[in-house]
Design a protein around this ligand. Structure first.
Ligand code: NDP
Length: 255
């Protein structure tokens, strides 16, 4: 029993919000977790502590997904902790979750805002995954976090949602090309969820919260653990034949 190797998932943006719940849900399913944070090291260490209390191993590493030039040194750090903490040299699942949004009308969106969204949500996930594959075992998987905003439109999200659309297209190509390594690639597309995202508007703006609840079949806004459990499921053998799918987790928003 002692020597049985747990599967390991790497979750970007695991310090808060959806990524934190993904990390905890993965641990509840018996996976060990490498999670990343951008600026909130202390929050990330709290998540590490919670995972350890669940009986799994976890480590937090700093990462800026907008800076692809830093990915080589990031994966050197990953390799080091894989050896020191997990006594292995590869991990099994990558969850591309980290990111921030921008709320700006199409007509007034600036080039800098678009560049930021491209760097974080498309280029970041593209090259992080490319480099991750060198340290991933065959037979694992990738989960790319998209958004309900690729199926329906909401004014002010043209730049952000377009990048989520790009990651959905990329996911299909990844699934096709990585099938030979038995690596599954799926998309989880959350509806509006109560997190710090967008300045916490969905959680803190009562009027917006009620408006979203009213346009959702299940009659409320989403919570972080509505999403984490679905990501965790995709990283288990229960989902071994689920590949190249977009799973929307929105309680039935905008049907
Ligand atoms: P939060 O703002 O709650 O958390 C964002 C996380 O991403 C934090 O861990 C943060 O790290 C990390 N992060 C932010 N910028 C960077 C960066 N440049 N490089 C690396 N890490 C970064 O957001 P959510 O949890 O709500 O969002 C997570 C994902 O879910 C995003 O991809 C978002 O687009 C998507 N999503 C969210 C929805 C929502 O309504 N909340 C709906 C649909 C999709 P740190 O804590 O260190 O700052």
């Amino acid at each position: 029993m002692e020597n049985k190797k747990n599967k390991i998932a790497l979750v970007t943006g695991g310090s808060r919000g959806l990524g934190k719940e993904m990390a905890l849900s993965l641990a509840k399913k018996g996976l060990d977790v490498v999670l990343t944070y951008h600026s909130k090291k202390e929050e990330a260490e709290v998540v590490v502590g919670e995972i350890e209390k669940l009986g799994q191993k976890a480590v937090a590493i700093q990462l800026n997904v907008a800076e692809s030039s830093s990915f080589d040194s990031f994966f050197q750090n990953v390799t080091t902790v894989l050896k020191s903490t997990f006594n292995t040299d590869k991990f099994d699942f990558l969850v591309n979750n980290a990111g921030v949004g921008v709320h700006e009308g199409f007509l007034t969106t600036t080039e800098a805002q678009v560049d930021n969204m491209v760097n974080i949500h498309f280029k970041g996930a593209f090259f992080l995954t490319q480099k991750a594959l060198a340290v991933m075992n065959d037979g694992g998987g990738i989960v790319n976090i998209s958004s309900g905003l690729t199926r329906f439109s909401f004014p002010g999200y043209a730049a952000y949602a377009s990048m989520k659309g790009a990651i959905e297209t990329l996911s299909k190509y990844q699934a096709k090309e990585l099938g030979e390594r038995k690596i599954r690639v799926n998309i989880v597309a959350p509806g509006a969820i109560e997190t710090d995202f967008g300045g916490g508007a969905v959680r803190d703006n009562e009027q917006l919260n009620q408006m979203i609840a009213a346009m959702t079949a299940l009659g409320r806004v989403g919570l972080p653990d509505d999403i984490g459990s679905v990501v965790a499921f995709l990283c288990t053998d229960d989902a071994k034949w689920v590949n190249a799918q977009r799973i929307e987790v929105s309680g039935g928003m905008n049907l």
